[in-house]
Design a protein around this ligand. Structure first.
Ligand SMILES: [Zn+2]
Ligand SMILES: [Zn+2]
Ligand SMILES: [Zn+2]
Length: 392
């Protein structure tokens, strides 16, 4: 969806306005390119990003001259920087998305836990605007809009669930160059995203989030530090068993392995993450850990065994491996993704199992381990920005 309010929020991802304090003011587009990082992270709050001019199905940047496409029928605005920022991700690949098997069902199981704790810690209220950083196909954003929030999703890949293209404002963009003006959103979240970036990428995303949230916004992340607790050794045991069963063809271990295949795991410890936040003018004000015991047994093992047995019962072959999809390429390019909606019975079972999985947070939410929910708030600027725009 592209709502009128989205046009008020978007900006050129790479261009900064010339106004600023003595250290961040610029003159012309050369300063957008060569001094982007110090200017955007300036202690005064930095210059705002350049507004775009709507001209039919394009948005024009008067600073760099870029033309960004407005895909009205597909329901999203394309605001990826023209110049590449470095390595890409598997998530930009359409087939990868299809194989993840996303559906429009509400987030259940561990996704349900993430959705619930995001809403609980972020404390969002109906009608509030919320930004999904790294929205993927739009499953969480879709659930937000079903819950009465005004959701906007931003992701590098233009593959969205059909429902998301109807109810969520969608932007294709790079999290390291968020194409939004300052103070555009009171709340944002990023679930299972930061682990896909390198350390420099995480730094950039945090600076951009700080800018877009302003001085009073709040940010919720779910990601992991390279730490573990004693409880996590139980999960590792279950994972080893799952792998063995996967090799024996008893469960489909491939999908989980695929999802983790481009993890860069940039966060070494919780202290390291605190430091990264602090550099960006942010502070972690609350942390909850996700030690999985119920999830390991129910979702990683039980459910996949069940899926595989059911698939065998139906004599449905498992999807062919890689490159066998070439015959599909004659069809019109698919823009949306998503499998069929599960039946009512499956959804009911999913809800019961999700309830079971809540026990992990109830019992172990305070036990320090790698995976965590962090509620993050901006640190108020210590110094008032020097009034540089007025003549001396
Ligand atoms: Zn400044
Ligand atoms: Zn520029
Ligand atoms: Zn521009």
């Amino acid at each position: 969806m592209i709502s009128p309010s989205l046009f008020g929020r978007v900006a050129c991802p790479v261009c900064l306005e010339p106004e600023g304090c003595t250290s961040c003011r610029g003159s012309g587009h050369d300063d957008c390119v060569s001094r982007y990082a110090p200017r955007v992270a300036c202690r005064c709050g930095g210059p705002d990003k350049v507004r775009l001019k709507e001209a039919g199905d394009v948005l024009l940047c008067a600073c760099c001259g870029a033309r960004y496409a407005v895909h009205r029928t597909d329901g999203y605005v394309q605001l990826v920087p023209a110049q590449s920022l470095g390595e890409g991700t598997h998530y930009a690949d359409h087939e990868f998305h299809e194989r993840l098997g996303v559906t429009e069902a509400p987030p259940l199981l561990s996704a349900g836990i993430k959705f619930e704790w995001m809403r609980r810690l972020l404390n969002v209220f109906p009608g509030e605007a919320v930004l999904d950083l790294g929205s993927g196909a739009g499953k969480f954003a879709l659930a937000c809009s079903a819950a009465g929030l005004k959701a906007t999703g931003v992701d590098v890949a233009p593959f969205f669930l059909p429902g998301a293209t109807k109810t969520v404002d969608l932007v294709v963009g790079d999290l390291r160059r968020l194409p939004f003006r300052k103070d555009s959103f009171p709340a944002a979240y990023s679930l299972d995203v930061l682990e896909h970036l390198d350390e420099a990428g995480v730094r950039e995303v945090l600076v951009e989030a700080r800018r877009v949230l302003g001085d009073s916004g709040r940010l919720l992340v779910y990601t992991h530090a390279m730490e573990s607790s004693r409880i996590a050794s139980f999960q590792r045991g279950v994972n080893r068993l799952a792998k063995r069963l996967g090799r024996a063809g008893l469960i489909d271990h491939e999908r989980e392995a695929m999802r983790k295949s481009d993890h860069r795991n940039p966060i070494r410890s919780h202290e390291h993450f605190d430091a990264l936040c602090s550099e960006a003018g942010l502070r972690v004000v609350e942390r909850r850990y996700y030690n999985v015991v119920a999830k390991a047994v129910v979702e990683d093992l039980g459910l996949r065994l069940y899926e595989q047995l059911r698939a065998r019962g139906k004599r449905k072959p498992t999807p062919p491996h890689d490159h066998d999809h070439d015959h599909d390429h004659g069809h019109e390019p698919a823009k949306t993704v998503g499998g069929p909606m599960p039946g009512a019975g499956t959804l009911a079972i999913g809800r019961v199992l999700t309830w079971l999985l809540k026990l992990d947070m109830v019992f172990f939410g305070r036990v320090r381990t790698g995976p965590f929910f962090g509620l993050i708030r901006p640190v108020p600027r210590a110094v008032a920005p020097p009034a540089s725009t007025e003549p001396a």
